[in-house]
Write a new protein. Structure first.
Length: 109
């Protein structure tokens, strides 16, 4: 069963490694071999530990990737300064004055 807390899914497990390890079974006359049950439960415990580590690693990776996406979106939303044609013409006129100075032909009025 899963529930959602603040955008994250939290698994509600009935068992954990300690519960599995400490589980006591009643013995019956025609029951299972205690040693085989213990070996199986040891494997289940190892799998639980592996799954818990993998889930924690994936949650950390998910958090990191979400953070990267958010910062990338913030950077792309910041508009770059717009250069207009008037700005370009003024820059060209300034450059011409610097390069050519008095040599520019002034239109007669």
């Amino acid at each position: 069963m899963e529930s959602q807390t603040e955008g994250r899914f939290v698994m509600e497990l009935k068992l954990d490694t300690k519960t599995i390890l400490e589980k006591e079974f009643k013995q019956a006359i025609r029951g299972y071999k205690q040693e085989e049950v213990d070996w199986f439960l040891d494997d289940v415990i190892q799998d639980y530990e592996t799954f818990k580590k993998e889930i924690a690693r994936l949650q950390e990776e998910n958090t990191r990737l979400k953070s990267e996406v958010n910062s990338s979106q913030r950077r792309s939303q910041t508009p770059a300064p717009q250069t207009t044609n008037i700005d370009i013409i003024q820059r060209i006129a300034n450059l011409e004055r610097e390069v050519f100075g008095d040599k520019l032909v002034q239109p007669e009025e």
